[in-house]
Design a protein around this ligand. Sequence first.
Ligand code: FCB
Length: 455
Amino acid sequence: MPKNKEIALSRKLFPKEFVWGAATAAYQIEGAVNKDGRSPSIWDVFSHTPGKTFQGETGDIAADHYHRYKEDVKLMRELGLNGYRFSISWPRIIPEGKGAVNSKGLDFYDKLVDELLANGIEPFVTLYHWDLPQVLQEQGGWKERATSQIFVEYADVVTRRLGDRVKAWITLNEPWVSAVTGHITGEHAPGETDIIAGVRVGHHLMLAHGLALPVIRQNMTRKDAEVGITLSTTYVEPGDDSTEAKDLALLVDVISNRLFLDPIFKGHYPKELPENFLLPMLPLEPGDLEIISRPVDFLGINYYFRTLPLNVEDFTTYKIRQYQPPESQFTAMGWEVYPDGLYQILKRVHQEYFPGKLYITENGAAFEDVLEESSSGPVVHDAERQEYLSQHLQAALKAVQKEIPLAGYFAWTLYDNFEWAFGTDKRFGLVYLDYPTQRRIIKDSGRWYSRFLQG
Ligand code: FCB
């Protein structure tokens, strides 16, 4: 069996221009939080607040990428990547949130982009991956409509500087998680637990995305440049045959997947949302939906797991009881491994929303990795992650073969990093990070990916 799989899965079966990458995010890898004029982001404040993260860990050092970016680009090249998705830290670029530009911050990304291009790696740049400057949070953050416009100024500064070289711009990473996990469940920065705040934040993020699009377009002077957005997705099926589970599955799908797909691609919030739920809280103004539904060049899909709702535990914090199939495998995050869900999501998004072009901007798994010494040096035998990757690439291949316009795959993540509230406890990397020494050790999964890429 595995033999057949290996034969079936070949890079050659994907389009020639397919982008093969890995993804990261600024706060998860950069460290150097006080360097060269960077100001604190909401994640600095949150992670330094007792009780918010695993063992009180912070991103103060993380993978020290700010100092080691050259070594890291070399690593990407060694793996054989031809794409790299990273995010820009807003508080490095505009430490006061708005106004004065910190040229040292821009210089860092300028050098990174050049280093990537010199190594044949296409830069895919996310403008916002959750690290709002804390000064803006103190003025209400994304709850305030003004923040959407301030984001446009930041996007303008960055794209003006890098727009001649960056292949793809991603306005936002997973606005759903910013809104819900940051403002309703409180598990992420800024740690609020207020449904009204969450709804306002979600809408203002959508608005920021739409407002920024024409500005980014104007600044992206590279001929083949593209702009889009990355959304979180999950494949939803009822946890059992009950009417309760079936109804709930529809609702969870609306909330988890369609809440932002509908406004972006259809120009309205999901019509299936129950009356008097979420919609009355929206700070919607005339013209907003036209702005939000401006055309994008691609949609970035982040896919990790399937959701099997059974019943509601607590709707105000979006806690849903789920069925856990006994035959299924679960990752260290407790997420079900369900590769066909990736194919189902790609198919559905293609058929219902016609984004024109799709990238898988994140996909990967955390497992309990063990660093071992061997005669040839340190090794990490992460067979489960390798299998996860291989199965999800099979699903991606199926999508390509069914003529779904999938143009790239970015594994989450290049190396182990600061996994938000889970700190260094959850490892998703293709490369193992030995935090005390900052040594990067390619895991078996990384070697497998690299062999796959090198044919
Ligand atoms: C996604 C995030 C990414 C990482 C992975 C595991 O939701 O975009 O930063 O945390 O999950």
